[in-house]
Design a protein around this ligand. Structure first.
Ligand SMILES: C[S@@+](CC[C@H](N)C(=O)[O-])C[C@H]1O[C@@H](n2cnc3c(N)ncnc32)[C@H](O)[C@@H]1O
Length: 452
């Protein structure tokens, strides 16, 4: 049941379109996923599954699937071959459009749909800072970064205001996918429905203003910021943006391509009285195949004062002597070179992104690609490394059928022949974890906490 007061608000917002809008609640929502382009090309995946039929127009790698396809239960999901993501929710990262080598911040990042999409566009180059304020949600975010095989992400758990002090004018691009009243998700989320109230809208708008304030301080001159919500509430959409623009003359709204079914931001009286708000984008569930969303593309003037390029300096990395066991493992098992610097967190070894800022004083969940554990005179590879590598990168591999992969994912050992040692286990060509062969048994190293 949709709240009466919500319906009254929508009626006055939509006028004649209101009846059309209401009918979309009688239809089920669309289901969609986004192919992880870090793991391979769409055409190769399309030969292996039958659910890449209809593309999401505004997002590279986005596809609609049918409920009976159940991609979430396929071993490819655990292999990070795709991310199940609502179609409209693919728009903000697509509009931010980062490129390899940039410094990018996803400020409100959990569970990671948009972070993992940004990472695809960056192709492993540059630095992607994924931040989430809630510790438990930050862990889920970190898990998704791992599953998708992302090498250049720094996962943090901070309040935006703390980061703003730490990273003044540092980022080239920032995504603010703000916490909101979630009206656009009512068709999919009972939780959003239960929490809805006009008072919550006011609270969300206030919080969004504060988050945007912090984000603005972290963007370099000439940088781009995309603000998004999944609500229809004008106070949180046009209201937040027009209020922000009034206080920040160094920012302006960029014109952005509107795909079929997208409309401009609405001019709605005193709280959103600037005509340029039409450059923002609304995604409506009765006009396109997706849920309700709002986004605005903002640019900071080139002439605004530039900031510190490396706040507090950069991580230097450890000397090769401090990770000798890794060098031996690499020599014995891997076929690709690794360039860049390494850092240690206790006995855990990470490859850090280019120009990684100093981590001292930060709450870090993942400082780049987790390579493994430095044990006494040996190296144990991390699950994240398996998901990053491709079978052609590794000397020993074992490729599984879908049925065998299901057994592997449940923790069973596998019969195998060959030289003893570490094997990259893959399913139909996509890496999924490690195994260690001894005798004719492949010991299962799929993490216990992930087994299904
Ligand atoms: C819309 S969700 C983000 C979804 C995510 N971008 C994705 O695509 O998977 C908003 C996030 O903001 C976080 N959040 C809540 N309060 C916040 C605050 N005051 N500052 C920053 N983030 C906050 C929430 O925990 C939530 O994870």
């Amino acid at each position: 049941m949709l709240p009466e007061r919500f319906l009254d608000r929508m009626k006055s917002l939509l006028g004649e379109e209101y009846t059309d809008f209401l009918t979309c609640y009688d239809r089920p929502g669309y289901q969609s996923l986004r192919v992880n382009l870090l793991k391979g090309q769409e055409k190769d995946l399309a030969e292996k599954v039958n659910f890449l039929k209809e593309a999401v127009p505004w997002a590279k790698g986005g596809y609609y699937y049918r409920s009976e396809d159940k991609p979430g239960r396929h071993p490819f999901h655990e292999a990070g071959v795709y991310y199940i993501q609502e179609a409209s929710a693919m728009a903000p990262a697509a509009y931010l459009a980062p490129v390899p080598g940039e410094r990018v911040l996803d400020l409100c990042a959990a569970p990671g749909g948009k972070s993992t999409q940004l990472a695809c566009a960056m192709g492993g180059r540059g630095i992607l800072v994924c931040n989430e304020i809630h510790p438990q949600r930050a862990k889920i975010l970190s898990g998704n970064i791992e599953r998708m095989g992302i090498e250049n992400a720094l996962v943090l758990n901070h309040e935006p205001a703390f980061l703003a002090k730490r990273f003044p004018a540092y980022f080239d691009k920032i995504l603010v996918d703000a916490p909101c009243s979630g009206e656009g998700m009512f068709r999919k989320s009972q939780e959003a429905l239960k929490e809805w109230s006009p008072e919550n809208i006011t609270m969300c708008a206030r919080r969004q203003r504060d988050i945007l304030e912090s984000a603005a301080a972290m963007l370099r001159a000439g940088g781009r910021l995309v603000y998004s919500t999944c609500t229809f509430a004008p106070e949180e959409d046009e209201g937040t943006i027009s209020g922000f623009l009034r206080e920040h003359p160094e920012f302006y709204l960029e014109e952005a391509k509107k795909y079929q079914g997208m409309t401009g931001g609405m001019i709605l009286g005193p709280k959103a009285d600037m005509p340029e708000i039409e450059k923002a984008i609304r995604l409506w569930p009765h006009k396109l195949k997706g849920e309700g969303h709002f986004l605005a593309c903002l640019k900071k003037e080139e002439k605004s004062p530039d900031g510190v390029l490396s706040p507090g300096g950069e991580e230097k990395g450890i000397s090769p002597k401090e990770c000798r066991e890794w060098a031996e493992f690499r020599e014995e098992y891997l076929k690709i070179p690794f360039s860049g610097s390494y850092i240690r967190f206790g006995d855990q070894l990470y490859l850090i992104p280019e120009k990684m800022p100093l981590l001292t004083g930060l709450k870090v969940l993942r400082p780049g690609l987790h390579l493994g554990t430095l044990k006494k005179n040996r190296f144990e590879p991390a699950h994240a490394l398996a998901l990053f590598l491709k079978p052609e990168d590794v000397k020993n591999t074992l490729d599984l059928s879908l049925a065998q992969a299901e057994r592997y994912l449940s923790g069973q050992t596998l019969p195998a022949e060959g030289e003893k040692g570490w094997y990259l286990i893959s399913v139909e060509g996509y890496s999924i974890g490690w195994g260690k062969l001894s005798g004719s048994v492949m010991k299962n190293h799929y993490p216990k906490g992930l087994r299904i």
